[in-house]
Design a protein around this ligand. Structure first.
Ligand code: AP5
Ligand code: ZN
Length: 215
């Protein structure tokens, strides 16, 4: 099962992708997480990516495409995977399709988690991420058991650098301009499925499971 998560920043792509990956035992591949891990480890890729991410801009296609194509070619991806945050531009989608075609594969589902812009700023300002393991929480909608301590690993929680309101606004503009056209792209490919992302996290997941198992 090869799945792409679409949706605005903060729509809940990562939250749902993790649940899908756990239920169907397939890898969760998040380009945002890959870049953040590179930033944390001080790699060249991380240094380059950070200059774009901190401004709410997309990292250039050439820095991301090969990385994902290499990843989906790894052995643990034969059963499928859930891509979160990629593709984000039409050229990225075309590059992915070309690479998959060579492998005799295609994307089965592009799931658009639909949340209006008004809800996004509120979501992002309440999001907290673990400095150690990257797990994400929300102070109201997905709280930790102990305040500011990661349930997973006991690490401390922070507000992501790019979750400040002015950067979130820029990320939303970039989303509408560069990523939203993918909705048309995957509609034409017959892969698009839309779920309402404004409802409770478990209800969104139930809607996704229904889509994946209704076939
Ligand atoms: P990335 O990390 O992919 O960020 P994003 O797409 O902006 O998405 P987010 O991680 O912010 O949100 P999400 O939809 O995963 O929401 P979440 O589940 O956390 O990318 C960051 C940057 O990296 C980009 O800006 C770009 O610079 C670069 N980048 C990455 N990939 C790239 C690519 N392919 N090309 C170029 N550049 C790239 O949920 C948000 C919050 O809401 C959480 O607190 C959560 O607990 C809560 N929540 C989730 N669902 C619900 C719900 N149903 N109800 C209430 N609260 C909810
Ligand atoms: Zn943690």
């Amino acid at each position: 099962m090869k799945i792409i998560m679409l949706g605005a920043p903060g729509a809940g792509k990562g939250t749902q992708a993790k649940k899908i990956a756990a239920k169907y035992e397939i890898p969760h591949i998040s380009t945002g997480d890959i870049f953040r891990a590179n930033i944390k480890n001080g790699t060249e890729l991380g240094k380059k990516a950070k200059t774009y991410m901190d401004q709410g801009l997309l990292v250039p296609d050439e820095l991301v495409v090969d990385l994902v194509v290499d990843r989906v070619n790894q052995d643990d991806c034969t059963k499928g995977y859930v891509l979160d945050g990629f593709p984000r531009t039409i050229p990225q989608a075309e590059a992915l399709d070309a690479a998959l075609e060579k492998m005799g594969q295609k994307i089965d589902y592009a799931i658009d988690v639909d949340v209006p812009d008004e809800n996004i700023i509120n979501r992002m300002s309440g999001r907290r991420a673990c400095v150690d393991c990257g797990a994400t929480y929300h102070i109201v909608y997905a709280p930790t058991k102990k305040e500011n301590i990661c349930d997973n690993c006991g690490g401390g929680l922070i507000l992501r650098d790019d979750d400040k309101p002015e950067t979130v606004k820029k990320r939303l503009d970039v989303y509408h301009e560069q990523t939203q056209p993918l909705i048309d792209y995957y509609t034409k490919a017959g892969a698009l499925r839309t779920v309402d992302g404004t409802i409770d996290i478990d209800e969104v997941f139930a809607a996704i499971v229904k889509i994946l198992e209704d076939k």
